[in-house]
Design a protein around this ligand. Structure first.
Ligand code: FAD
Length: 512
């Protein structure tokens, strides 16, 4: 594995192109204590031998399997810190081609063995934890650009490509960008972006990943490979791309993708404003979006977060950045100035401070050493509902005993609404059970407040294991439609069982 590499022509050091987890499993990972959320499915030796000849490499080493059976979910990190694991796969199948993926799926489908696809394992909802054991299907070997169509602005890229390396190649070789820049740019893969319905920090201008997907290649549970989408804005029945965008490995394995591109930005402008009221600041964002030319970034920090990061006292802080064609950027910034006329201008240098740290993450190991529990809760709501969601969610989480702080910022905005990104930290009493009890109480309180005020469960982290319990409530009767799609595409239920709250033939999951 190579170490991060600084380059003069890219804003962040290029990552290692491999998963990085910030907390090691304490002690010997081979003997990690199981949390025991569900009964592990037995994978017979004969199946392992068939899998070995079907893929590029099969690993069964206990320590590697334990270490690969987790992601960035705070609870999983807490387990690792205590020498525990949520669940452990029997094997890791490394695939380098779509055909290898299909072969692995075919074998597991016949043998009724659960398959959990893994990419960068930067998911924060426990989506990569193989709840019922079985096989981890590592698709990082399917990496690299297949083609770039500069005339149509379409990229054909394999799913195991890491974001930073891909964007670096597009900018330096082609003068193009995807415009998708999540905080986890160097931790996550294209397949993970699509599977989790992710959002980059510039999504106001470029859209979320679901807006970028032109077409997909998907390996279904029985090994059939299908191609969805393809041409610009077709009207050939429902958009099958969107069945798989956000499906979190439960409906198929993404083995290829065509994504929209943009010319690399020729101009960039920044601005910053402070407001006395968070609701007034939200409303300024709403009016900017309503005028039809949003800047790429409108990040609105509530006073708590603004003062913590930028020392702005009791003011709420709006950071604005736009990039792209100079004429567009000038126009969008003049709209911003007009709609923020009643706010106070702040130092646009604050945007530079944000850019310098936009991919930095607080150290989870330090938080755990200090006995803290934490997480982030990103949700969406309509402009009409957002002020109430903000107030009620903060109040609900702050009321959970042991909460030290709960704050929020608006991170992504659209004409119809925006994403509020809540962060909470608590100091539960000592002990594993107390930590989990506090963590789940905070999630229950926050999520129920969001749903009651008309908000949506998630904006871009997805559901995974952590939010599975809220799915039925969040989707209402539409949840049964999702269950029917799952049954039709994966009748044996082998794909990432235990996630999205979907029923599983392998049993139920004891979480939380
Ligand atoms: C520090 C940090 C910051 C983050 N910031 C952002 C952010 O700004 N925006 C954002 O959207 N997210 C963010 N995330 C969350 C995470 O990075 C994203 O969800 C990311 O898209 C996951 O990609 P991955 O390759 O790591 O997927 P994994 O974690 O490996 O997998 C996530 C889920 O997708 C499924 N999956 C993975 N690959 C495939 C495939 N090829 N086919 C089908 N299913 C697949 C897995 O089964 C699993 O359910 C952040 C995470 C961290 C740790």
């Amino acid at each position: 594995m190579s170490s991060p590499k600084k380059t003069a022509d890219f804003p962040i050091p290029l990552g290692t192109g491999a998963p990085y987890l910030p907390v090691a499993i304490a002690g010997d990972p081979a003997t990690a204590r199981l949390r025991g959320m569900a009964k592990s499915v037995d994978v017979p030796g004969t199946i392992l031998e068939r899998l070995r000849s079907a893929c590029s490499r099969l690993e069964t080493d206990a320590a590697t399997c334990a270490d690969s059976s987790r992601d960035w979910w705070a609870v999983g990190l807490r387990w690792a810190h205590a020498g525990r694991a949520g669940a452990i796969a029997a094997a890791i199948a490394h695939a380098k081609t779509a055909e290898e993926v299909a072969s692995v799926l075919r074998i597991c489908n016949e043998a009724r063995v659960p398959v959990t696809v893994i990419g960068g394992r930067s998911g924060v909802c426990g989506g990569s934890i193989p709840v019922f054991g079985g096989v981890l299907l590592d698709v990082r070997g399917l990496a690299g650009v297949v083609s770039v169509d500069d005339r149509s602005l379409v990229l054909d890229v394999k799913p195991g490509s890491f974001g930073d390396h891909l964007e670096y190649e597009l900018r330096t070789k082609h003068g193009l960008t995807i415009g998708h820049w999540p905080q986890s740019m160097s931790l996550a893969t294209v397949g993970g972006w699509i599977a989790c319905r992710g959002a980059g920090q510039l999504s106001n201008r470029y859209g979320k990943i679901e807006d970028m997907v032109v077409g997909l290649d998907v390996a279904l549970a029985d090994g059939t490979i299908i191609r969805t989408g393809g041409a610009s804005r077709s009207a050939v029945g429902p958009d099958l791309n969107q069945v798989f965008v956000g499906s979190e490995g439960t409906l198929g394995v993404i083995v290829g993708s065509r994504l929209r591109l943009h010319p690399a930005p020729a101009a960039e402008r920044r601005a910053a404003f402070t407001f006395r009221s968070f609701t007034d600041a939200l409303d300024a964002c709403r009016r900017i979006l309503r005028r039809g030319l949003p800047p790429a970034v409108l990040r609105l920090y509530d006073a708590h977060e603004a003062n913590h990061k930028y020392k702005t006292g009791d003011r709420h802080l709006l950071l604005v950045l736009d990039e792209g064609d100079p004429a567009v950027v000038d126009a969008s910034l003049s709209i911003v100035s007009a709609e923020c006329a009643s706010a106070e201008q702040a130092d646009p240098g604050l945007v530079g401070d944000w850019l310098a740290h936009r991919n930095s993450v607080a150290s989870p190991a330090t938080l755990l050493d200090r006995g803290l529990a934490w997480d982030t809760m990103e949700i969406t709501g309509s402009w009409r509902a957002l002020p109430e969601i903000y107030e009620k969610t903060l109040a609900a989480v702050r009321a959970v005993p042991h909460t030290i702080v709960c704050s929020a910022h608006q991170s992504h905005a659209y004409s119809d609404g925006a994403c509020l990104y809540f962060t909470f930290v608590g100091r539960p009493p000592d002990g594993e059970d107390a930590w989990e009890a506090y963590y789940n109480a905070a999630w229950d309180a926050g999520t129920r407040a969001v749903l009651a005020a008309g908000g949506n469960l998630s904006h871009h982290h997805g559901v995974g294991l952590n939010r599975a319990r809220f799915m039925r409530e969040a989707l209402g009767p539409a949840f049964e439609a999702l269950v029917s799609i799952k049954r039709a595409l994966d009748p044996n239920g082998i794909l990432n069982p235990g996630k999205l709250g979907l029923p599983s033939p392998f049993g139920s999951v004891d979480w939380p």
